[in-house]
Ligand binder design. Sequence first.
Ligand code: DQA
Length: 142
Amino acid sequence: MKILVLNGPNLNFLGIREKGIYGTEDYHALVSMLEEKARQEGHELEIYQSNYEGGIIDKIQEAYHNGTEGIIINPGAFTHYSYAVRDALGSVEIPKVEVHISNVHKREEFRHTSVTAPVCTGQVVGLGLKGYALAMDFLTGK
Ligand code: DQA
């Protein structure tokens, strides 16, 4: 199965930013964990991170053209206000899982709203980096 993993702004700073909230594992560890899992299970995986809204949107549009069958997205702070990312996600009929490392519902009020979740198949929240693996299991039917 062809899967795209998208990470939005500041997720490249995992292991550096707010370790009490996001943990000590860095972005490279996340990428390695997902690549290894995909390899073991025989899936084709592309992992992309951008601090720019347009970069995320371009990748979602590319997924429409290149036969991607599932999208795992942690839009970072774009989750809470980016109608442009929401519209891009809403434009493609590919199964999509939104992932948040932290439990956004326990945090500041502005994090309780996701403008992107309503156009996703479902959401994994607050389970750390494991959330990405669980999202992959869902998409692959494992
Ligand atoms: C996050 C939660 C967002 O509120 C925040 O802006 C992030 C990371 C998470 O994975 O918990 O950048 O999406």
